[in-house]
Write a protein that binds this ligand. Structure first.
Ligand code: 26W
Length: 816
């Protein structure tokens, strides 16, 4: 069936036997001595065997048919666990569970013992993982390229309410999914000098002589699509020193110095940068970016030349997508490889580069737009800096010719930022080197055109396009919410499993009382599981009958966890002031990590804990309000919280959240959203209908207007007695009796400045939360809205997003 690929040695053998064989011969363990973790590895290896033959077949067929391949370059892939995903996509879930049961092994424990691959910070990294799954599911030949960090995102421990960071060690017991490819090792240069030599053609040629060379070694993980129809590759690079040891130094007795080159080289793939805060200015970060960008290009060029011969045809066979500017150096590196290594003329090389590359922008926040000091670039990547200058000179000449005398325009579209210390603007480099540039929601793409890339949009009309983000429904519905999936299959048939838009067939059932009850029963089951987890993790009892109000995402001021917490305080005050009123019981659930250096975000975590401590123990509140902060948010925790959520908090300052994808996961699983007109909330609002979402707050334009008017937080606070009272409680130490001044500066910041407009949106948020409570008090109405959320989310499948990229950016066919 797979040509000359022999069948897996375990084909035809019961899965039970294969797992046992792996345990015995690959792990060297007996059944009696096996830990859950050992069973996980044995099971994963058995499952992996089933993946290999179709994987090799798909790769071969891509070349045989001359198919164009997509290369998704991302510094982050936030994958989570793979066992449940792989067996689900291979339609082996029942079989694997039965095999483990027959071995007297608890499948749930085996699944839970897989460590999360947390090679990402948040939305951008998780999007890359969803995209890889959708590419395989749509049978589009693709490679993901990234870094195999020894340590992913830090483990968050909460001590006395404060976040502490500890290294995460996902590879500690080995990674059964990957194949090490020590023979695939590309040399990556750093530093040194550029020599000009005269070639045989009499033209000057440039030769970069790096001072230092590090090897990029490939590790491949197969990515299985839905129904196992297609398998792609995630190729992650690990850094190795060219020389593992300086023998001479070692023999001299300098045992540490003998390893210094190796330690320096291998530092490149040691650790994921928690860069949601500010772009890490460290040189190491730039080394990481160049390391994986160059490895990816060398790899795909070698493959292309081997199969197709000439690099002139690169854009016909290769589409390179840059996930934000982290791999933007690819523009200069591809030019260098084409010019210096393959002898192409400048104009041809530029045409090939632009036609091959496209770039996705994920944030408008100015502090997150990458720039690198020219001096650093000149030292680390001297040839690239020359090429960037040349690209810039040609680019600025063209602009000057069409807009004579417009110096402001030249300054704004230059690849170099002049002024205090010259810097290379990676966003501008990515823009000019790409044929398409996209934002990640309709609003965000619109704002790209109006703000950061306004001048570029005028110069290159049509280059900026929108590709609204999506999520893979396999992980975020089928795998994380099997009860709901089963109910949906029973009610509307299995069509939606292959065609997410078919979820709309659910709409007529939204008013069906029996269906509402079944939908609610599924939610209840998921909430009971989450309640048990909350009890286990933070020793807090919560009532699964209460409204589960959820805010799960990175902790950042623009995401406004503080707004949610202030509303919690105001509600708490209200419960004391008006104890006889009817309040719907509510559990406020928070989870998320703060960047280690982001002090205010860490203070917000502390505030959540301080509020929780007081509210949860207050006998006057009884069970009507509970606050739970779940530590160490990651993909696996999200998979527990998402199916159990009633109310999804998407409350960023309008204009600041590029898209959001958690908003999609929660709504898909039947949560109602309370949110601002920001990111993809705008499109979720369109798809689920105005009466099934709670939109509040200032719009992007209103935010901009207030800022222009010199608005201050105090102006809003003066209008709101309720907010005054809440702020007074914080600044006087009601929630921090051990350190009454803990929140004084935070409150003062809200009065003086409040850049994120927490105070401006407070009243409308508070009022909207009361409408949420009213709806909750009418279960049939809530149930109807919840069902209509699930029914309306089909469009937000990452299959739809990827199909749009394929057709409009990559020019690759979407089979089927
Ligand atoms: C300074 C704040 C900040 C926040 C995030 C700086 C940098 C980042 C990341 C590097 C970029 C990122 O993760 N962006 C997120 O990308 C998601 C996928 O497109 C979007 O859904 C999120 O809205 C966006 O914040």
């Amino acid at each position: 069936m797979h040509g000359d690929i022999p069948p897996s040695p375990h084909d035809g053998e019961a899965l039970h036997d294969t797992i046992l064989r792996k345990l015995t011969y690959d792990l060297g363990k007996s059944r009696a001595g096996a830990l859950d973790r050992d069973w996980f590895i044995a099971t994963a290896l058995a499952v992996r065997d089933q993946i290999v033959a179709p994987w090799l077949k798909d790769m071969r067929s891509t070349y045989e048919h001359g198919q164009k391949q997509v290369y998704y370059l991302s510094l982050e892939f936030l994958i989570g666990r793979l066992l449940r995903e792989n067996i689900s996509n291979l339609l082996l879930t029942t079989e694997v569970k039965a095999a483990l049961a027959s071995l007297d092994v608890d499948a749930a424990k085996v699944f839970a013992s897989e460590p999360d691959a947390a090679l990402g910070n948040g939305g951008l990294g998780r999007l890359a993982a969803c995209f890889m799954e959708s590419l395989a599911s749509l049978q589009i030949p693709a490679f993901g390229y990234g870094i195999r960090y020894d340590h992913g995102l830090f483990r968050q421990v909460i001590r006395q309410g404060w976040q502490e960071e500890y290294p995460e060690n996902w590879l500690e017991f080995g990674n059964p999914w990957e194949f090490a490819r020590p023979e695939i090792a590309h040399p990556i240069g750093f530093g040194g000098s550029v020599e000009q030599v005269n070639g045989e053609d009499g033209e000057p040629h440039h030769v970069w002589k790096p001072a230092e060379t590090v090897l990029a070694v490939a590790y491949d993980t197969p990515v299985v699509g839905w129904r196992g129809k297609h398998v792609n590759t995630l190729r992650l690079w690990s850094a190795r020193a060219a020389d593992p040891l300086q023998i001479e130094a070692f023999n001299r007795g300098d045992h540490i110095g003998a390893l210094s080159d190796r330690v320096r080289a291998e530092a490149i793939s040691r650790l994921l940068y928690p860069s949601d805060d500010t772009p890490a200015g460290q040189e190491l970060r730039l080394r990481q970016e160049f390391f994986f960008s160059s490895a990816a290009l060398q790899d795909l060029i070698r493959r292309h030349v081997r199969v197709y011969g000439s690099l002139e045809t690169l854009p016909d066979r290769v589409a390179i997508q840059l996930n934000d500017t982290h791999p933007a150096i690819v523009v200069a590196e591809l030019m260098r490889l084409l010019l210096d290594d393959h002898g192409m003329e400048w104009n041809d090389a530029w045409r090939v580069t632009q036609a091959t590359i496209s770039y996705t922008n994920h944030t408008l926040l100015p502090e997150a737009l990458e720039t690198w000091p020219v001096s650093l670039m000149e030292r680390l990547l001297p040839r690239h800096m020359q090429i960037i200058y040349l690209i810039n000179a040609i680019h600025l000449d063209t602009v000057a010719a069409s807009h004579p005398g417009d110096l402001g325009l030249l300054a704004s579209v230059s690849l170099i930022e002049e002024g205090h210390g010259r810097r290379v603007r990676m966003g501008n480099l990515a823009f000019v080197g790409s044929h398409k540039v996209n934002g990640v929601s309709a609003l965000h793409s619109d704002l790209l055109k109006k703000t950061v890339f306004h001048d570029f949009d005028t110069l290159f009309p049509g280059r900026i396009t929108n590709k609204t983000n999506g999520i893979t429904f396999r992980r975020w519905l089928q795998q994380c919410n099997p009860c709901l999936t089963e109910l949906l299959v029973e009610s509307i048939g299995p069509d939606f499993l292959d065609r997410p838009a078919a979820l709309s067939a659910l709409r007529p059932l939204a008013t069906d009382t029996t269906f509402q009850q079944r939908f609610a029963a599924v939610k209840r089951t998921n909430k009971e599981a989450l309640a048990a987890l909350i009890r286990r993790e933070i020793n807090l009892r919560v009532d699964p009958g209460a409204l589960f109000d959820v805010q799960i995402k990175r902790i950042h001021e623009y995401k406004r966890q503080l707004l949610n917490l202030l509303e919690t305080v105001a509600l708490y005050n209200e419960m004391h002031a008006q104890p006889q009123r009817d309040y719907v019981p509510r559990v406020k659930i928070f989870a998320g990590k703060a960047a280690a250096s982001y002090h205010r975000a860490k203070l917000i975590i502390k505030l959540a804990h301080d509020i929780a401590r007081r509210v949860n123990r207050d006998p006057a509140i009884r069970d009507r309000l509970k606050v739970a902060f779940l530590p160490n948010y990651n993909v696996s925790l999200a998979e527990m919280i998402v199916p159990a959520c009633d109310l999804s908090e998407q409350i960023s300052t309008a204009g600041m959240e590029a898209s959001g994808t958690g908003n999609m996961k929660l709504a898909l699983n039947g949560a109602l959203t309370i949110g601002t007109m920001d990111g993809a909330n705008v499109e979720i609002h369109e798809h689920v209908g105005d009466e099934n979402i709670f939109i509040f707050g200032l719009t992007t334009d209103q935010v901009a207007q207030r800022r222009a008017e010199g608005w201050r937080g105090q102006d809003s606070i003066d209008q709101s007695p309720r907010l005054q009272q809440a702020l007074e409680a914080l600044s006087s130490g009601v929630f921090s009796p051990d350190d009454p001044g803990r929140y004084r500066d935070l409150v003062q910041m809200l009065r003086d400045n409040d850049h994120f407009m927490v105070t401006a949106d407070f009243d409308s948020y508070y009022d909207m939360q009361r409408k949420v409570a009213q709806r909750w008090a009418r279960p049939a109405e809530w149930g109807r809205s919840a069902i209509l959320n699930t029914a309306g989310m089909g469009w937000f499948s990452s299959d739809r997003t990827i199909a749009e990229y394929a057709q409009e950016i990559w020019q690759v066919p979407v089979p089927g």
